[in-house]
Design a protein around this ligand. Sequence first.
Ligand SMILES: O=C(O)CCC(=O)C(=O)O
Ligand SMILES: [Fe+2]
Length: 312
Amino acid sequence: MSLSHQPLMEQFGAEVSGVDLVAEISDDLLDELVDALYTHSVLLFRGQHFKPADYARLLHRFGQPKVETRKQFNIRDFPVVSTVGNIEAEDGTPLAFFNRNGEAWHTDGTAACHTNAATFLHAVEVPKQGGDTMYCSTVYAYETMPEELKQKLDGARMLCSFHAHNDKIIARDPDSHAALTPEERAALPDVWHDIVQTHPVTGRKSLYMNRQPIGFDGLEEKEGNTILQQLYEHATQPHLVYRHRWTPGDLIVWDNLSSLHSATDIGPYENDRRLMYRSLVYMTPTTHPLVNLDEINAIFTDSEGKGALVLP
Ligand SMILES: O=C(O)CCC(=O)C(=O)O
Ligand SMILES: [Fe+2]
């Protein structure tokens, strides 16, 4: 079988049609999907109406899913499926992780001890306006970078901290989610990553960037931060961006080693409902050793091993 797809952008992205990912998928189809993901970096599928069980099954086909650290938003019985959005229970308890300041270009998982992560984002409820997600290619960004900058970044590393990012979100919006316990914090140590990565499958070079590295190796701190800022601007020029307007049933899967993404302004839908299922899956091979993910996942799974969130 050969997948049918249409490009989303000239540089990257494909809309794949004619597949049902809610049903069990064959090994051949999985191989084609993984190949398409690495070729195009961002894949869009429409008309996939997942229950959490179907979603979890699909994730496990691709690799090892991560149990999200904001664990009150991990769905009961399927803790590898987390929620993003703004829906609330009747008493006002948030039923999805809502990052009110989530508008910044980023790569998911840079603060974890693994690379080669794919994110799965699925629209369950979509507001009448807004809630779009934007994407661009970090392979294209690398390829179109000045040669001397490529040389400067050769071997340069950044020290990424999950807490630098997460603590800031909590400080800005203390009700957004619970602060991590000391044990949970310790499970997420800071980690060094090369700023230029060579994809373990495609062999293509790309930019792997973090918004607030807490250190650099091979670059002075000021220079490193200035270069990263320039690279974000270079990668996210408006004509290089795909902006997705969601419809319920859409699934977008993206390769974090070769793309950046950003949420958009929440203003247009503050009084409306948005609910997405969101998961991160570590695929093999990886350019960084896959260590102790089982242990990390156990720490972020509730005491019964079941996930916390019950959706109405
Ligand atoms: O909510 C969105 O549009 C994107 C959120 C995001 O960054 C993610 O799911 O990783
Ligand atoms: Fe993200």
